[in-house]
Design a protein around this ligand. Structure first.
Ligand SMILES: Nc1nc2c(c(=O)[nH]1)N[C@H]1C(S)=C(S)[C@@H](COP(=O)(O)O)O[C@H]1N2
Ligand SMILES: [Mo]
Length: 214
């Protein structure tokens, strides 16, 4: 698909990423960057961006929701979370497992968040390297970010450094600081869709689909 097709309407109206980037943007040396997959895994992994690009690629045009009540539907490309964890020999449907994501971090610290693994896999969570036809800008989480579209964005870590499979559902440092719930499922509320430039009431729970917006 070309870039014109993947443009997001009203993108200039999107709230600034820097405002919501707790630890802030840090330059990344992509030559030495690796995604570490560790914890309760048979085979720990250290994947380069090229390793991820050589895996089966997925395209997702899905809506992300911020707990601050704005939302945006963008064009994401990447790999399925499931595919990466299966490379590490993880039983992704084991209900006792959680996934702790950690960002690369800066001198302000590391952003972390833990999600229920089997639920994320059932919702086709992705690890995205591109948005709207280009690789992620630094402020959007270069080189890789997780998206579980059934959860608020604060549960989806940008500028990923590691994925740890664990049995503990820990609240993240910034989640606790901000008073956010450890679960993070998108809840019925009135939201604003930046791309559609309109408000809508979401009556369901989890991912917001086009048919939920009327
Ligand atoms: N590493 C990291 N990831 C993060 C955050 C953060 O502070 N640090 N904030 C989250 C929140 S609250 C939001 S709204 C989105 C913002 O993503 P955007 O840059 O696409 O707007 O990033 C999420 N992922
Ligand atoms: Mo957010």
């Amino acid at each position: 698909m070309n870039k014109t097709v993947m443009a997001t309407p009203n993108i200039k109206k999107k709230p600034s990423s820097l405002r919501y980037f707790q630890e802030g943007v840090a330059p990344v040396d992509i030559g030495s960057w690796r995604l570490n997959v560790q914890g309760i895994v048979d085979r720990p992994l250290e994947l380069s961006l090229d390793d991820l690009l050589s895996m089966p690629q997925v395209y997702s045009h899905r809506r992300s929701m911020c707990v601050c009540l704005w939302s945006i539907k963008r064009h994401w490309e990447g790999v399925l979370l499931k595919d990466v964890l299966e490379l590490a020999n993880v039983d992704v449907l084991d209900d006792s497992l959680y996934l702790k994501q950690r960002s690369i971090g800066t001198d302000k610290g590391v952003y972390d968040s833990t999600i229920h693994l089997a639920s994320a896999v059932r919702r086709n969570a992705i690890l995205a390297h591109s948005v709207d036809g280009s690789s992620l800008p630094l402020e959007n989480g270069f080189p890789l970010r997780l998206h579980d579209f059934g959860l608020y964005l604060y549960k989806c870590v940008k500028a990923l450094a590691s994925l740890e499979v664990t049995r503990e559902n820990e609240i993240g440092y910034w989640e606790e600081y901000a008073g956010y719930d450890v679960d993070g499922t998108v809840l019925p509320k009135r939201y604003y869709a930046v791309d559609l430039h309109r408000k809508f009431y979401f009556a369901g729970k989890g991912e917001v689909m086009d048919e939920d917006i009327c």
